[in-house]
Write a protein that binds this ligand. Structure first.
Ligand code: GLU
Length: 259
């Protein structure tokens, strides 16, 4: 996957890195690396080498319940065993919550995220009820049901009251508002291929994901937000990763445009 992160003319950091390709391998330290990770790491490093570019390692450790220092050390050990070398210091997502908080604040300000109060159980109940009435509920590319519009459609006074009363909530992207906020279609250049052989200029269809989580109850970020913020801050020019994340790229491109 190839895509350009931002406008080099406005950001001196990007202007500098535009000339040097920057690749990254970004495993989550919530489990052992598998063969797919090894392939992805080796491919990133070899493409970076061939292009005279940089190869960065980033530890995606925002899931504090499952990520551990032991698993992180195991990642370094396994990558060294593969013969890889990477730049240090390694960026750890958990150490950069401020940047994510700032990005979230911009999305809140633009009114394209909303607080969602429904628990997993509420969502399951809502969808089961709707399906019992004979309506097939739409699913995202991973097969998960799209988030119901209940919280999105809450009156502002109800939202305010719940927040003031300390009800736990997550921030979700209002997908309709977010896509309307971006002028024109968004796309990326795919130089590998997607699950159905998609290649070349791909038009992003983030709406297939519905109202994705942008920040969790206990965390001012989520996978989608952190990956976009970090790719921009690290000046990443080329994203090479598993096909399982092909469709998620549409959400990342949308967030890049919004931010
Ligand atoms: N941390 C993600 C994973 O291990 C990959 C993120 C990415 O490459 O964008 O699956």
């Amino acid at each position: 996957m190839f895509y350009q992160c931002g406008d080099g003319r406005r950001n001196p950091l990007l202007a500098r890195t535009m000339t040097v390709p920057v690749f990254r391998f970004a495993p989550s330290s919530n489990g052992a690396l598998h063969l797919g990770h090894a392939y992805s790491a080796l491919l990133n490093a070899s493409l970076a080498g061939a292009a005279g570019g940089r190869f960065l390692l980033r530890i995606e450790d925002i899931d504090t319940t499952r990520c551990t220092p032991e698993l992180e050390n195991q990642i370094y050990h396994d990558l060294a065993w593969l013969g890889l070398q990477w730049e240090t210091p390694v960026r750890r997502q958990s150490q950069h919550m401020d940047e994510c908080t700032q990005a979230l604040a911009r999305l809140i300000e633009a009114e394209i995220v909303y607080p969602s109060f429904m628990s997993r159980q509420d969502v399951r109940g809502y969808i089961a009820e709707s399906e019992a009435r004979g309506h097939a509920w739409p699913r995202d590319p991973d097969g998960a049901p799209l988030f119901p519009p209940v919280d999105r459609d809450r009156p502002p006074s109800d939202r305010r009251r719940r927040m003031e009363e300390g009800e736990p909530f997550a921030w979700r992207l209002d997908m309709n508002a977010a896509t309307a906020h971006v002028a024109g279609p968004i796309s990326w250049e795919e130089s590998g291929d997607g699950p159905d052989g998609e290649t070349g200029r791909i038009t992003a269809r983030p709406e297939i994901w519905g109202d994705v989580i942008i920040a969790r109850k206990e965390m001012p970020t989520s996978y989608h937000l952190s990956v976009v913020v970090d790719d921009a801050l690290q000046g990443i020019t080329h994203v090479v990763r598993g096909r399982d994340l092909f469709h998620a790229t549409a959400v990342h491109r949308l967030l890049q445009e919004l931010l």
